[in-house]
Write a protein that binds this ligand. Structure first.
Ligand code: KG4
Ligand code: ZN
Length: 341
């Protein structure tokens, strides 16, 4: 079969991204990060959708340019249908629909959470997981343990009952007065601190599920009490606090992943989503590889956080099945995991 060339478009949150794939290989992957949200300490949906409107055309043009192709060489356009912010999704969805109509090529809808998992199949010279495998998808909006039967058949076997792991990082940063998004900042500081300096109780949730909302309150009270005794406590102990919080989150994630692997007898273990960029999580997973004899799979850094390369490659697998969408499609902010597979 000839090479399939797909344009992927991702606009579910605050990254406007476009990528061109040749089968599972990526020829370009452009990401325009919206800096505007830093001022507000979190993503402002209305500003996000306006920024997507400004970014979408230059990002797509540059993705085609860097891939060294013209739009007439595309075989299909894949876009994120959901889940995400409605205003943001609308921009990517409308753009993808218009371009596919103008070029008269198929349109492919992609579930953002499936795409994070399928990022493992982007050609990168690294081994790919074998089916069935487990994927811990940890992002700013989701925390899921996914049992991946094949490219299209995935099952959530554990998930957060409240906050996502990324939110736990972001909220910790906010409490400590650190900039948004907090995850990468906490990660950087944590590398300079002692993970055992302070002890936070591991959260509880039944089975393979997670809960992170209590951790945020525990950190808030811990800082509040310590600041009563020394008003500069947080500034003085930033690396130790970050290292201790990160250690608590990472140990919690991995203990559940270990339970899931044992329960399902699976040893191919992957991580995905923005938090899979975390150096503590990557290191701890490496340690699990030795301890449990796991084969571990960590996506390249640029494919961990939101990106259109994962949308393009997910689109490729659907293209092979001729799983196309018609122009009546609309974005779905709360798209269910089991829809659109
Ligand atoms: O997958 P993603 O880019 O967007 C969503 O779909 O949510 O994930 C963003 C989340 C944010 O909460 C961000 O703070 C977190 O991923 N994140 C990190 C790191 N890099 C990004 N969390 C911890 N350590 C990091 N290095
Ligand atoms: Zn994401």
């Amino acid at each position: 079969m000839n090479t399939v060339v797909i344009l992927g478009i991702e606009s579910s949150c605050d990254e406007s991204s476009a990528a061109v794939s040749f089968n599972t290989g990526i020829r370009s992957n452009l990401i325009a990060t919206q800096k505007i949200h830093e001022t507000f300490g979190g993503v402002v949906p209305e500003l996000a959708s306006r920024a997507h409107q400004l970014h979408i055309l230059p990002v797509v043009s540059e993705a085609l340019h860097q891939a060294n192709i013209s739009k007439n060489e595309l075989h299909a356009i894949a876009f994120t249908r959901g889940p995400g912010l409605m205003g943001s999704l609308l921009v990517g969805c409308s753009f993808a629909k218009s371009l596919s109509a103008a070029l008269d090529i198929p349109l492919i809808e992609v579930n953002h959470m499936h795409a994070h998992v399928l990022a493992h199949f982007i050609e990168s010279g690294r081994p790919v997981p074998s089916f069935p495998f487990l994927c811990l998808t940890v992002s700013g909006g989701h925390t899921q343990i996914v049992l991946v039967h094949d490219h299209f058949n995935m099952e959530i076997i554990g998930e957060t009952l409240d906050d996502a792991a990324g939110e736990a990082f972001d909220k910790t940063a906010k409490i400590l007065g650190l900039p948004y998004p907090g995850g990468p900042v906490v990660d950087k500081l944590a590398q300079l601190g002692n993970p055992h300096a302070f002890k936070f109780t591991t959260p509880h949730a039944p089975g393979l599920n997670f809960s992170f909302s209590g951790l945020k309150t525990a950190i808030l009270y811990f800082i509040r009490d310590a600041v009563k005794k020394d008003e500069h406590f947080a500034q003085k102990h930033l690396p130790d606090i970050c290292a201790s919080v990160q250690h608590t989150i990472v140990s919690y994630l991995l203990s559940k992943l270990e339970q899931a692997a044992a329960k399902h007898g699976i040893s191919d273990i992957a991580i995905a989503g923005g938090v899979s960029a975390n150096s503590g999580l990557r290191k701890a997973l490496e340690a699990m590889k030795e301890k449990n004899g796991w084969n571990i799979f960590i996506p390249e850094f640029q494919y961990c956080t939101d990106n259109a390369a994962m949308i393009a490659v997910s689109g490729y697998f659907k293209y092979l099945k001729k799983d196309f969408t018609d122009l009546s499609v609309s974005p779905a902010a709360g798209l269910d995991f089991h829809q659109s597979s």
